[in-house]
Design a protein around this ligand. Structure first.
Ligand SMILES: Cc1cc2nc3c(=O)[nH]c(=O)nc-3n(C[C@H](O)[C@H](O)[C@H](O)COP(=O)(O)OP(=O)(O)OC[C@H]3O[C@@H](n4cnc5c(N)ncnc54)[C@H](O)[C@@H]3O)c2cc1C
Length: 450
């Protein structure tokens, strides 16, 4: 009898941060793996501001020197701004007055395994190409410009199908990793996707040359922070992300119901939203837009399962949560950090049942649940977020979440405290914050996943 060996140990669909970091982890461990990426890099991509938990992955993969060589702007912290000076002072909540503009530095809290006081803002075209090339250099095979069309799961090893020109081809692998981003390749094929009915935000964004970031920086050190500008339109905010000394990425995130259908109306919406913060509009009008506007929509979803027999999902392919806290790339990288361990052990035991990947699934679900709860509190009661950041009793606990350290604690005490305060405000109509409650009424503490 002839025993045929599969072509690869692991086949990875998608070469974004999740797929290329997975390939790099596996190749570094000597595993034969292949990445299929449908685009030819570099290509533009949304998601340009990282959080510090990404550093652990860069360090594991010996990629930090390349991040420094690339001269991506260092991100030392974050600022949240609003024009609204009318937020009521609350005496009866044993705390401080909520400030309308708050900022935080990452190095205020030590993070195990993160020895830098900054993370990065990245041009995703360049960053994604660098990470994919790094995986290739470590030994991963990369097929770029190749779109996977199907994966056949049968009694034997899965077959990954794709076209090369007019020719239909396939490769076999002992297991498949879906890293196809919001395309959610396996989630769609296997009907595992659950749409989040509450967080249905849309975004419109572009790059601007000459936007004067000094207008908002209280100090020079704040210049390269990410800025989240709250708008006086409900559930709407702007990101301001430095891409280089001169170029800034600006995006408006809003709810689907506010989002116009036609392209022209969307651009009008962008400018009218920006116009609700006159200082931002004035500064932006003096700058030059150097890319077409791009919109992104229909997001926030979960999967009924993140793993199964001979497959698992990493990054956006498994879960997407609203980007208010710049979490996506960090989740993508860290999902590969956690998942590759289960994969190595599965390969060694030659045992690829869903159960083999349970540690990964539990860890990732814990982390994304914490993000989701945090985001829900934020949308329900913005002021609570700034209040907690300003209060020295909670500041570092909130910072821990903002740094991306969300995986170790099933219910972080600071989220419990926030939950109690939201309930208090919801139940007391006379509470000075009651009228500030947002209209996204998700039960903050349940997930839309099975
Ligand atoms: C409006 C908005 C703002 C955001 N802001 C931030 C932010 O500031 N910071 C942050 O960290 N994150 C942010 N994100 C999230 C971030 O974009 C993603 O979480 C991150 O890109 C996920 O990485 P990934 O590798 O999982 O997916 P992706 O980066 O999307 O990579 C998936 C890759 O798979 C490829 N692919 C898809 N289907 C196939 C196929 N069939 N065959 C072969 N290849 C395929 C795609 O071409 C793509 O290159 C934002 C997202 C949105 C929508």
């Amino acid at each position: 009898m002839v025993i045929t060996k599969p072509d690869f140990d692991v086949a990875i669909i998608g070469g974004g941060p999740a797929g290329s970091s997975m390939a790099a982890y596996l190749a570094k461990a000597g595993v034969s793996c292949v990445v299929f990426e449908r685009e030819l890099f570099p290509r533009p991509h949304v998601g340009e501001s990282l959080v510090p938990s990404s550093t652990r992955v860069f360090r594991d993969l010996d990629f930090l020197p390349k991040m420094e060589e690339a001269k991506f702007p260092h991100k030392y912290g974050a600022v949240w701004t609003t024009d609204d000076k009318k937020v009521p002072y609350v005496h009866d909540l044993e705390g401080l007055a909520p400030d309308c503009n708050v900022d935080i530095r990452f190095d205020e809290r030590q993070q195990a395994g993160v020895d830098k006081n900054h993370t990065y803002h990245v041009d995703r075209g360049k960053f994604d190409l660098m990470l994919l090339q790094h995986a290739n250099k470590l030994g991963a095979t990369v097929y770029d410009g190749i779109k996977v069309s199907a994966v056949d799961f049968g009694p034997k090893e899965p077959l990954v199908r794709f076209n090369m020109g007019p020719k239909e081809m396939n490769v076999s692998a002992r297991m498949v990793v879906d890293a196809s981003g919001r395309n959610t390749f396996l989630g769609n094929q296997m009907k595992l996707k659950v749409q989040d009915t509450v967080f249905d935000q849309y975004a419109i964004h572009s790059w601007f040359d000459g936007y004067d970031r000094k207008v908002f920086a209280k100090r020079d050190v704040n210049l390269d922070y990410i800025y989240i500008h709250f708008l006086p339109i409900s559930n709407t905010w702007i990101w301001q992300i430095p891409i280089s000394d001169d170029v800034t990425s600006i995006g408006v995130v809003t709810q689907k119901k506010n989002f116009a259908k036609s392209k022209e109306d969307r651009e009008k919406f962008f400018w009218s939203s920006v116009g609700t913060r006159p200082m931002i509009e004035e500064t932006l009008r003096k700058a030059n837009r150097i890319r077409p506007f791009k919109d992104e929509g229909d997001y926030s979803y979960a999967m009924k399962q993140l793993c199964g027999d001979r497959f698992l999902m990493v990054g956006d392919a498994g879960r997407f949560v609203d980007p208010i806290f710049s979490t996506g790339v960090s989740i993508a990288l860290n999902s590969s950090r956690f998942a590759h361990k289960d994969i190595l052990s599965a390969l060694e035991k030659n045992e690829f049942s869903r159960q083999s990947f349970a540690t990964y699934e539990d860890t990732l679900r814990r982390g994304t649940k914490n993000w989701y709860d945090f985001i829900t509190v934020y949308y329900r009661l913005n002021v609570l977020f700034t209040y907690f950041i300003n209060d020295p009793r909670y500041r570092l606990d909130v910072l821990k979440l903002l740094q991306g350290d969300v995986y170790d604690d099933a219910t972080p005490p600071v989220l419990e405290k926030m939950r109690k305060m939201v309930t208090e405000v919801e139940q007391n109509e006379k509470h000075p914050w009651h009228k500030l409650l947002g209209d996204l009424t998700a039960n903050a503490f349940t997930q839309p996943s099975a």
